[in-house]
Design a protein around this ligand. Structure first.
Ligand code: NAG
Ligand code: NAG
Ligand code: NAG
Ligand code: NAG
Ligand code: NAG
Ligand code: NAG
Ligand code: NAG
Ligand code: NAG
Length: 520
């Protein structure tokens, strides 16, 4: 995720649980009718919902297949940022030589350079450019003249290692730099008016933002279910649905909560009323529990800041305040000794022991499946695990009225356990249709038994098999085995990742522990 720099102050004026009022057809991929005009010319009508499968790199990185100006490639799915970029074949960084299908250098680069910095200290830079065409897997939701950063230098190795050439951002415009950099290149650094900002978003915002802005989706939203393919006995099928909920999921089964709004540096144009805007996908949380016991509140943040979390597909772990994370480490690991910066390497516990970290949101509990809570403490390790939770130091935590206000980040462990709907509402006039998020837990009742089963199986196999997976993003959806409250479940797989024909199931596919990929 990326940290923005232009927040004035925050406000928490929205509260309570809201149910989206914007109606959506129960989202399905529908084949586009072929319109016939006089003569035999065929015309394609715009499609307003798309449902695509996700690639999976070691359950730490999730990707999507896209078409960039005619070439198929894959991008990392990131709800924690807002700038679209792709590495071009003119990239000089050593990371770019890994044989990826880099996109061709666009012929009409602008003279404006863009630099995005991520929470892990990595960055990507290049010149802004426009691709004449952009679409999602299988030519879905085509766009023309999509602005992106043609990256020629990056050290975001974790992205390239997962065989993605860049990032597909799903954040709000105000969390990005693209529109602001392009606007200030022509307007200077004066604070933009809302009119200027909205005009700029129409042409330079990221793909899904543009679709929401022009009202071309069934519903101004997308939803994400992440698969669990390393420690796997079934589980969600990885699906991104743009424009609605996945087919089969009933919206009344989700718990909806408002997205935090901020005062930002946009000058209302004459006739516009000052509004507050969503910046990251940030949800209020009531409390955090470990194994059914509430965790103490952090003493590193002011009690006046309402507790909240961002929901970030681009983060391989869950993050929280250092003191609370120390508490989690101490509770799961008998030998752990607290320190001011929590040391994950020392927070070891038996992989066989199920632990449930749960978040109370919008009045409901959302547990992380015990299988998603563990990480191997070393390569090929199935005895000792560490929690998939990392601490935010005091300097990363919010201060009242300054910058973003979240103190937790719900990364992939959360999104493997919870189907999440991201409802943008009206991006330019949030008060007309408020942004919100909907959650549906897909953790089975016997998740703890499933953890114990899979780990003991792996231990019997002498340290587990060493199957490590990078599954490329599919261009279609695989057939689901069944559904869980309407959420498509992945078919069971054997130890080699093939779809199981018998009762053989995946055991522990050892991920390379502490893969560079955790920190985005
Ligand atoms: C946000 O701006 C509104 C006026 O538009 C103001 O009333 C409110 O106090 C501001 N909130 C914060 C946290 O500064
Ligand atoms: C949810 O379903 C209800 C009725 O089934 C409908 O009125 C409402 O618009 C739906 N909301 C969304 C976001 O799909
Ligand atoms: C590049 O070409 C597209 C049309 O293909 C055009 O819309 C865009 O403005 C051009 N970009 C630049 C930077 O000249
Ligand atoms: C990545 O590159 C940026 C810019 O050159 C540099 O500031 C940063 O320290 C680098 N990060 C890492 C993790 O190498
Ligand atoms: C690479 O990107 C930088 C901006 O980050 C730009 O100044 C430079 O001209 C670019 N080089 C090429 C070959 O595109
Ligand atoms: C958002 O609300 C404004 C003000 O009511 C309206 O003009 C605009 O069309 C809305 N945007 C969309 C995409 O519906
Ligand atoms: C914060 O301080 C209180 C009072 O000393 C303490 O009970 C609590 O455990 C502390 N919170 C954390 C997360 O350590
Ligand atoms: C978990 O529950 C499922 C569905 O009820 C069942 O098929 C499976 O055998 C159970 N597994 C364990 C290890 O309890």
């Amino acid at each position: 995720m990326l940290f923005p720099f232009f927040l004035l102050s925050s406000s928490t004026f929205v509260s309570g649980i809201a149910i989206p009022s914007h109606s959506s057809k129960n989202a399905r991929v529908f084949e586009v009718p072929i319109g016939r005009s006089r003569g035999l010319a065929r015309q394609r009508l715009a499609r307003s919902t798309a449902q695509v499968g996700l690639g999976d790199s070691g359950d730490e990185r999730y990707s999507i297949s896209v078409n960039f100006g005619g070439s198929e490639t894959q991008l990392l799915l990131d709800t924690g940022s807002s700038d679209l970029w792709a590495t071009t074949d003119k990239c000089t960084a050593s990371h770019c030589s890994g044989g990826l299908p880099l996109i061709s250098q666009p012929s009409n680069l602008s003279a404006i350079s863009g630099l995005v910095r991520y929470g892990d200290g990595t960055s990507a830079e290049g010149l802004f450019a426009t691709t004449p065409t952009f679409s999602f897997a299988g030519s879905q939701l085509p766009l023309t003249d999509q602005v992106f950063i043609a990256v020629n230098n990056t050290n975001a190795t974790s992205i390239l290692n997962s065989k993605s050439v860049g990032i597909l951002p799903l954040g709000f415009p105000l969390f990005g730099i693209t529109w602001r950099d392009i606007l200030s290149a022509t307007n200077g650094n004066t604070e933009p008016t809302t009119e200027q900002a909205f005009a700029s978003w129409k042409t330079t915002a990221n793909p899904v933002n543009r679709m929401v802005l022009d009202g071309s989706l069934d519903s101004p939203m997308f939803s994400v279910a992440l698969q669990r393919d390393t420690v796997d006995i079934g589980g969600n099928q990885g699906i991104l649905t743009i424009g609605g909920l996945p087919s089969g999921v009933d919206n009344s089964t989700l718990a909806w909560g408002p997205v935090r709004l901020y005062n930002v540096s946009l000058t209302p144009s004459p006739g516009e009323v000052a509004e507050q805007y969503p910046v990251p996908w940030e949800l209020f949380i009531d409390d955090v529990y470990l194994d059914g016991v509430v965790l103490p509140k952090s003493n590193l943040t002011a009690s006046s800041i309402r507790l909240s979390a961002i929901v970030d597909t681009g983060d391989a772990v869950v993050r929280g305040p250092a003191d609370v994370v120390n508490e989690i480490y101490s509770r799961v690991s008998s030998s752990y000794q607290s320190s001011s910066s929590p040391n994950i390497n020392k927070a070891t516990f038996s992989c066989l022991t199920p632990h449930t970290l749960a978040f109370s949101i919008a009045g409901k509990m959302f547990p992380i499946d015990p299988r998603d809570f563990i990480l191997p403490s070393n390569d090929n390790e199935v005895k000792n695990c560490v929690p998939a939770v990392v601490g935010y130091s005091a300097s990363d935590l919010p201060q009242p009225g300054k910058g973003t206000q979240f103190s937790w980040s719900l990364g992939d462990p959360f999104l493997k356990s919870v189907l999440t709907a991201f409802y943008y509402g009206n991006i330019t006039h949030p008060s007309v249709d408020l942004p919100r998020m909907g959650l549906l837990s897909t953790v089975p009742a016997n998740a703890s038994a499933l953890l114990t089963e899979v780990i003991s199986e792996a231990q019997k196999k002498n340290g587990g098999n060493e199957y490590q997976t990078i599954e490329l993003a599919p261009t279609t959806l695989a057939k689901a085995a069944a559904t869980f409250s309407g959420v498509a479940q992945a078919p069971e797989r054997d130890a080699n990742g093939a779809i199981a024909t018998s009762t053989t199931r995946w055991s522990w596919a050892v991920v390379v522990a502490f893969a560079a990929g955790w920190f985005l």
